[in-house]
Write a protein that binds this ligand. Structure first.
Ligand code: BT5
Length: 233
């Protein structure tokens, strides 16, 4: 798979959106050495100095009802990528798709989409930020975790792992992806808190629904969380 390599860009997601609007092909991939306006979810900032991976993949014409499941496909790919060479550390997925090593964030994924019809997405952009050599103080990176892997190999691995899990999703369905994801989940069976815009909900993280929502067992029964932030208690 070819990767369009850029030295610097505002955001690989934004650049890929611009390319998509001009008709870029399915599975166009772009990567940049650094970003000047890297983005997280909810318009948050993603620190993007040179030395890390910033890579976005374009997928066109997905079913609008299942497209968000690709978020778990992407999480698994990021997890496998971070895990090369960092065996002595606990690398886990945090819902919906952060990768944490020893409890600190080492990678994040941002999904963005566009649709002009009710049933299909025109496209989905999957943006990966993987801290290879640099990270904010509160986070971590692969080098700190002992990885000596070559940058190019890590990038190729990320794309290969994404395509591998994407194929599994297409052929075996979300159930398989969900199970793989849960095997690597942080806090399963433990008490966590979900921060929603209007309130916080505490409960035991018991699993994911058939659609990837978080299931919390709370004092008021089972609650289904479809978006937001979760933290260990
Ligand atoms: C994410 O958002 O984790 C998604 C990050 C996706 C970044 C990629 S890079 C390629 C593509 N192009 C883009 O412009 N974005 C994508 P979220 O869960 O909202 O986490 C954001 C929060 O993580 C921030 O508010 C900070 O607290 C923290 N943070 C910022 N930069 C970080 C970094 N480099 N490493 C770890 N944590 C970081």
């Amino acid at each position: 798979m070819d990767i369009i390599e850029l030295d610097e860009i505002d955001s690989t997601n934004d650049e890929l959106r611009r390319l998509a609007e001009k008709g870029a092909a399915n599975f166009t991939i772009i990567a940049a050495r650094k970003q000047t306006r890297g983005k997280g979810r909810y318009s948050r900032n993603w620190e993007s100095p040179e030395g890390n991976i910033y890579l976005s993949i374009l997928i066109k014409n997905l079913d609008v009802h299942t497209a968000h499941q690709v978020s778990f496909v992407a999480g698994l790919a990021a997890l496998e990528t971070v895990q090369i060479n960092v065996d002595d550390h606990e690398v886990r997925l945090k819902w919906p798709n952060d990768v944490l090593a020893d409890g600190k964030k080492v990678a994040g994924v941002l999904l963005e989409s566009a649709s002009s019809r009710p049933d299909r997405l025109d496209y989905l952009i999957i943006g990966f930020g993987i801290n290879v050599k640099k990270s904010p103080d509160y986070a971590t990176n692969m080098k700190k975790l002992g990885s000596t892997q070559n940058f190019g190999i890590i990038k190729t691995k990320l794309v290969d792992e994404f395509l591998k899990y994407y194929e599994i999703w297409l052929e075996e369905g979300f159930g398989k992806i969900r199970n793989l994801w849960l095997k690597n989940a942080m806090g399963l069976g433990e008490k966590i808190v979900a921060n929603l815009p209007e309130r916080h909900i505490e409960g035991i993280f018991v699993g994911l629904t058939a659609n990837g929502e978080l299931i919390l067992d709370t004092n008021e029964g089972e609650k289904i969380i479809s978006s937001g932030e979760v933290h260990a208690l």
